[in-house]
Write a protein that binds this ligand. Structure first.
Ligand code: 5RP
Length: 289
């Protein structure tokens, strides 16, 4: 029983003051339930609406690729500069201390390697995603691939059903098939299919005409970095993507394969959140390196 001594009656009800306007900073998420919004807000900074994800899930198909040989040595020092971490459950549990307290976008499909056909994947048990307290689940889609399109869309659909049940957002990751043109038409189609099937975030690639891809996608679009570029070009890519409507860069190789990975992620962070130009970002990279 609460202490009833000096129980004070409420007297300041703000009568005549309209209830505070409630809006939400994430595209397409205004009508989602509280748990979803809470998780999305852990990923997307409520002040800027943006995020810098550090992707290091590559080992799930590629093994110990360059820059990811030792997660404890290569990635842990970078974690402090990322807004969100994208990785597999194996690496999360083995190498990332829960005390880093960062939102996790969990790679939630698996089943193939670079040695075999990609995309023949199954999705993670939702209970494991809940146990790991993840902020989003990432599932790959192979749009345009005759063999795997239906299977990967079904994976996304199932992940969205399960995620909706427990308040966990889903990120649809558009894989690029060997035969697909890497253009706005293809990425626009793939991104829209992800969103129409319930993805709360879409991950795709930057391309000419990217502003149309972002505009036609009703949820935030984040871009992968792709193969390693010279640092200045990678910062230009981030700048272009953000200025043409991306909400996030979810980069991997352009960070962890950089000659100065900690400097690089800090420069990307400044371009995304502080609006630095690529030139200013590169200057920052040189200063920090
Ligand atoms: C692969 C992924 C990777 O996380 C993504 O490609 C980001 O890494 P990079 O910037 O190295 O391309 O989702 O499906």
């Amino acid at each position: 029983m609460a202490d009833l001594d000096d129980l004070r009656e409420g007297c300041d009800f703000g009568l005549g003051v309209a209830a505070g306007e409630q809006s939400f900073h994430i595209k397409g998420a205004a009508h989602l339930p509280w748990g979803m919004k809470d998780r999305l807000s852990r990923i997307f900074n409520p002040q800027t609406g943006k995020t810098v994800m550090l992707a290091f899930d590559h080992g799930f198909i590629m093994g110990p690729t360059s820059g990811l040989e030792r997660i404890d040595l290569n990635i842990l020092p970078l974690v402090q500069y990322a807004d969100c971490l994208m990785c597999t459950r194996g690496i999360l549990q083995a190498d990332i201390p829960p005390t880093v307290n960062k939102p996790i976008c969990l790679r939630s499909d698996a089943g193939t390697s670079i040695l075999t056909e990609l995309n023949d994947n199954v999705i993670i048990d939702i209970e494991d995603a809940i146990r790991l307290n993840v902020s989003a689940m990432a599932v790959m889609l192979a749009i345009g691939d005759a063999g795997y399109e239906a299977k990967t869309i079904a994976n996304l659909y199932k992940a969205v059903d399960l995620g909706s049940r427990y308040g966990i957002p889903v990120m649809g990751v558009t894989a690029v098939g060997k035969d697909m043109a890497r253009d706005a038409r293809y990425f626009g189609l793939a991104s829209r299919i992800c969103a129409e099937n319930g993805a709360n975030i879409v991950k795709t690639y930057y391309c000419d005409g990217f502003e149309k891809v972002a505009a036609a996608c009703p949820v935030p679009v984040v871009i992968a970095g792709g193969k390693k570029l010279p640092e200045k070009e990678a910062l230009q890519l981030c700048y272009n993507a953000i200025n043409e409507g991306a909400a996030d860069v979810d980069m991997g190789r352009n960070v962890f394969q950089s000659e100065a990975s900690a400097a690089m992620i800090q420069a990307i962070h400044a371009v995304v959140h502080k609006g630095l130009t690529p030139e200013q970002g590169y200057e920052l990279f040189q200063d920090l390196k």
